[in-house]
Ligand binder design. Structure first.
Ligand SMILES: Nc1ncnc2c1ncn2[C@@H]1O[C@H](COP(=O)(O)OP(=O)(O)OP(=O)(O)O)[C@@H](O)[C@H]1O
Ligand SMILES: [Mg+2]
Length: 659
């Protein structure tokens, strides 16, 4: 079976999605059953002796049927949640799934389950008996021995494939919100395992269809009775008004100041819809008798809708469902590093708002594909191919790492720190040597004086410069600590990218916090880039201190005193001593030399312009040498860091391979 393709099924309460993918290639294709959309409504229409209809065709046929025709018909929808408890629901589900295949074959859609590796999604909160039943139903419906996988994992895999986050990030906490037509599910995943899931089985997109249906009826007095007489109420409700809703929602996602008008088939139109009016209606929504009788007619036990006495705020309902998992303390807001939005209703602009606001997650941490309703099926379909690819990637990453460090990381760090070193050396030399030392030397050369006075003046000048020097060094450090991580990030992203992986996030320096209802719970796990920043940051702090100490530190101008200037002073001292020796003898001369006020002509013999220039050059190269010694450690540290990052990625890949 290994070379066969994969057929995945997101068997939903309202809609079901089928997706195909070759086993050796990550190329998922959603099956379009002819409606021009992905998937099909989870609905089956029994028609006495005739073969049942499924999907769009079933709803359409039922919607258009006369009262008399309807007596022969039995429309079943929303049976999926009940399959484990009700034998009838299980039977209906098997009929539905079987008919989908039969109908697809008649449409010449290539998706024979016998030829494929079949994966079914299942709600993550489902228990053992649900799983057993679903497996059994699938077998009976002709799908063979199927594999079951948590639905939210599908959403995760899809975004992983799209490189919306890295395998390493996938190991952290990710909240998957699946807001569909009939239900709203939440799952919290860590290391690709669902650690907690919750949701509301009654909050779904169809309530919003109803909101628009009521809006339409209000604007078109008399239309409801007409629709009821014609038997079109259901059709207008769940098709045309759903279309109006989706159009309105998409417009609002684009621009919430728009005013929307839309015709409702041939029955009339809805005009002047805007965001405030919608929110107003959503804030005290009451289910319409049309929806209630429809749900009851189908035997749907949906108490908070069918037996509602008080209006309800739909947006608030969503918020309450969301925080339920947090108030049960199963999940802490601080654990969430990403939120994946799946399900068609997640396209409502208020969904992202509520999540960002309530969890305190930055909106940039919310992910949604352009077809959020299809991601689960797509993600499930690519699993085998993705696993195979990751398996290979893992091996090559590991094998290529040493070479990458040697040939790319080291040269980059060397180049960047090299530039930094020469910049610092140039700046410090011109600041210290040219401004504080050279004028003293020249003055000394012109006027003469004692070597000890020369040393002291230089020392004092350099000391007076200390603050300015520190500023220069710190300024340069900042450039290094900002520049190097950025370049390393780019290099890494590029390298991982060449294996089809993402390293996730942009560089971040400040810790992000995720909170629930205003309480800051804790800092997020530091991310990879943050890690690099930190490594460079700390290093640079150390460097600033040691360079500062070197140039103008405690013992006073160490570099100045013992360095090239010291040498120059030494040469001067010998010349002065030689001059004095004629008069006082060698020993005495050496004693006197330091404090003797030498005349300018003696000094000039030693302190030639070329000697001064040489001293300057030596000063600079001594400085560079020291800096180079200091930065060598940074290279090792960066390499270690990159190794760690790669290991984390490899570990993330292993998790996926084990799914
Ligand atoms: N742009 C949109 N804005 C708001 N709602 C939308 C939009 N597009 C689609 N929807 C709604 O999304 C719902 C369908 O979503 P989806 O197909 O994910 O549900 P489902 O998986 O069948 O439902 P469930 O998960 O409850 O079983 C419908 O109510 C549809 O009207
Ligand atoms: Mg769904």
């Amino acid at each position: 079976m290994n070379n066969n393709g994969v057929l995945s099924i997101d068997f939903g309460t309202t809609n079901s999605y089928y997706c195909k993918c070759p086993a050796d290639q990550i190329a998922p294709v959603g099956v379009d059953f002819g409606s021009g959309r992905d998937g099909l409504p989870t609905a089956i229409l029994y028609r006495g002796d005739r073969e049942p209809l499924v999907g769009e065709a079933a709803l359409h046929e039922f919607g258009e049927a006369s009262a008399q025709e309807r007596r022969q018909y039995r429309l079943c929808t929303q049976f999926k949640p009940d399959i484990a408890q009700s034998a009838e629901a299980a039977e209906t589900a098997a009929d539905f799934l079987r008919t989908v295949i039969a109908q697809a074959q008649r449409q010449h859609i290539a998706m024979d389950p016998a030829q494929q590796h079949v994966i079914f999604g299942m709600p993550s909160e489902s228990q053992g008996d649900f799983r057993t039943t679903l497996t059994e139903i699938a077998r009976k419906a002709g799908y063979g021995q199927v594999r079951l996988l948590d639905e939210p994992k599908g959403a995760l895999l899809y975004h992983l494939w799209r490189k919306d986050f890295s395998p390493e990030e996938a190991q952290r906490g990710i909240l998957v919100v699946d807001f569909g037509g009939g239900t709203c599910d939440f799952a919290f995943l860590q290391s690709l395992r669902v650690t907690c899931s919750w949701g509301d089985m009654e909050l779904g997109g169809r309530l919003f269809d109803d909101l628009f249906f009521q809006w339409f009826c209000e604007q078109n007095p008399g239309v409801l009775r007409e629709l009821q007489e014609m038997g079109d109420a259901y059709y207008v409700h769940s098709y045309l008004c759903r279309e109006v809703k989706e159009f309105f929602s998409l417009t609002m996602a684009r621009d919430r100041s728009e005013v929307v008008n839309k015709s409702v088939g041939r029955c009339g139109s809805l005009r002047g819809m805007d965001w405030p009016a919608f929110m107003e209606r959503a804030s005290h929504y009451m289910p319409s008798p049309t929806l209630v009788s429809h749900l009851q007619g189908m035997g749907v036990r949906c108490r908070s809708v069918t037996q509602r006495e008080e209006p309800i705020d739909l947006v608030e309902w969503f918020r309450r469902s969301l925080v339920q998992g947090f108030s049960d303390e199963a999940v802490r807001g601080g654990d969430i590093s990403l939120v994946v939005l799946a399900g068609g209703s997640s396209q409502w602009p208020f969904v992202a708002d509520v999540i960002a606001e309530t969890l305190g997650v930055d909106p940039s941490r919310l992910l949604r594909s352009d077809r959020p309703y299809a991601v689960i099926a797509q993600g499930l379909a690519i699993l085998p191919a993705l696993q195979r690819q990751f398996e290979r990637t893992r091996e090559t990453l590991r094998a290529d790492l040493p070479q990458f460090c040697r040939n790319r990381v080291r040269p980059l760090v060397e180049r960047v720190t090299g530039m930094y070193i020469s910049d610092v050396a140039t700046d410090v030399t011109s600041e210290v040597f040219d401004k504080s030392i050279r004028p003293v030397l020249e003055d000394f050369r012109d006027k003469g004086g004692s070597v000890s006075a020369l040393r002291e003046t230089i020392s004092a000048n350099v000391k007076a410069d200390e603050d300015r020097l520190r500023e220069i060094i710190e300024g340069r450090m900042r450039t290094l600590s900002l520049g190097l991580p950025g370049q390393l990030n780019e290099l890494l992203a590029d390298w991982f990218g060449s294996y089809g992986l993402s390293v996730g996030d942009k560089p971040v320096g400040d810790g992000r916090f995720v909170s629930v209802q205003g309480d800051v719970i804790g800092p997020e796990t530091p991310d990879l880039y943050g890690g690099i920043m930190e490594t460079v940051g700390w290093f640079v702090v150390g460097l600033a201190t040691s360079v500062g100490a070197m140039v103008c530190g405690g013992a006073g101008t160490a570099l100045v005193a013992t360095g090239p200037v010291g040498l120059l002073a030494g040469a001067l001292l010998s010349a002065v001593a030689a001059f004095l020796a004629v008069r006082y003898g060698k020993t005495k001369a050496r004693e006197l030399a330091d404090n003797w006020n030498a005349p300018a002509w003696v000094i000039k013999t030693v302190m030639t312009p070329s000697r001064t220039a040489k001293a300057r050059q030596q000063f600079k190269s001594r400085l560079e040498e020291t800096l180079r010694r200091e930065t060598a450690g940074l290279q090792d540290r960066m390499e270690t860091r990159i190794r760690e990052i790669t290991e984390a990625q490899i570990e993330g890949l292993s998790e996926i391979a084990q799914l």
